[in-house]
Design a protein around this ligand. Structure first.
Ligand SMILES: C/C(=C\CNc1ncnc2c1ncn2[C@@H]1O[C@H](COP(=O)(O)O)[C@@H](O)[C@H]1O)CO
Length: 244
């Protein structure tokens, strides 16, 4: 039985069906073009997203990611808190990275930009596209959530989480998972909004912790506060720890 090798992929028995070589298929312009929509080709687009993201963000310097609801309206009190968070982070020497969308993301970008800092938006292609908010000074638009998520973690030294919905919870729990499994170290995660987050934290304590699904140490990775200055001070302390 002959082994069929397609690059690193070995095909035997019923799997070995190719009768042409890779070179032939590359040079033959008469072939079908539906391959551009297939998964192996997608990998190149995924790879390109990582390359573009790494290239655009490599020189960013210290940065904090700010998450929160895309639905927070400018007249909501949380919007003003988002602006204060963006401004305070810049004053402490950080760039601000958000999802680049509306609501809390826009608020944090606005605060950062108006304070003269670097205001970054990592947008995501969505069916109901809203585009990057006008306060993003450096923006990247991603097709793939997982590539975008890698950029948040790789280029920020901590996460600030304002009140939000499913997207915000996804981002917060991803950060917690990475910290719990020590894929990231010295990575402060601060929840801003005591009233908003207390119910979730109580459930985590009373159900997850009580039932042995998490440890006290896991819970301790989260800091809850209403105080923007305290939240920023935690980020500064973590950065000082990193330097030491
Ligand atoms: C819903 C609307 C626009 C959505 N646009 C978004 N643009 C960029 N990033 C987004 C968007 N929506 C969600 N995200 C990410 O999730 C978090 C917010 O999700 P939530 O469910 O609103 O809490 C946020 O941090 C983003 O990273 C039109 O209003």
């Amino acid at each position: 039985m002959r082994d069929k090798l397609a690059g690193p992929i070995l095909k035997r028995r019923g799997q070995a069906q190719e009768t042409t070589t890779t070179d032939q298929r590359l040079l033959d312009s008469r072939g079908p073009s539906d391959w551009v929509h297939q998964d192996p080709w997608r990998v190149l687009r995924i790879q390109a997203e990582f390359v573009e993201g790494f290239g655009a963000l490599a020189e960013l310097g210290p940065a904090i990611a700010v998450f929160g609801s895309s639905r927070t309206q400018p007249d909501h009190p949380t919007y003003e808190i988002g602006e204060r968070v963006g401004r305070a982070l810049v004053e402490a020497g950080f760039a601000v990275i958000t999802g680049g969308g509306p609501g809390t993301m826009e608020a944090a970008n606005k605060g950062a930009s108006q304070a003269g800092g670097l205001s970054v938006g990592l947008g995501i292609e969505l069916p109901f596209e809203a585009g990057l908010n006008p306060w993003v000074d450096k923006g990247i638009n991603f097709r793939y959530f997982f590539a975008r998520k890698t950029m948040f973690v790789k280029y920020s030294q901590g996460f600030m989480v304002l009140p939000g919905g499913i997207g915000t919870l996804d981002e917060m729990f991803e950060a917690l998972t990475l910290a719990q499994t020590r894929k990231v170290t010295r990575f402060p995660i601060v929840l801003i909004g005591v009233d908003y987050w207390s119910g979730l934290l109580a459930w985590m304590r009373e159900s997850m912790l009580a039932d042995g699904k998490i440890s006290q140490h896991d819970l301790d990775m989260l800091t809850l506060t209403d105080d923007v200055d305290e939240a920023v001070a935690l980020m500064v302390a973590a950065r000082a720890g990193d330097a030491g």
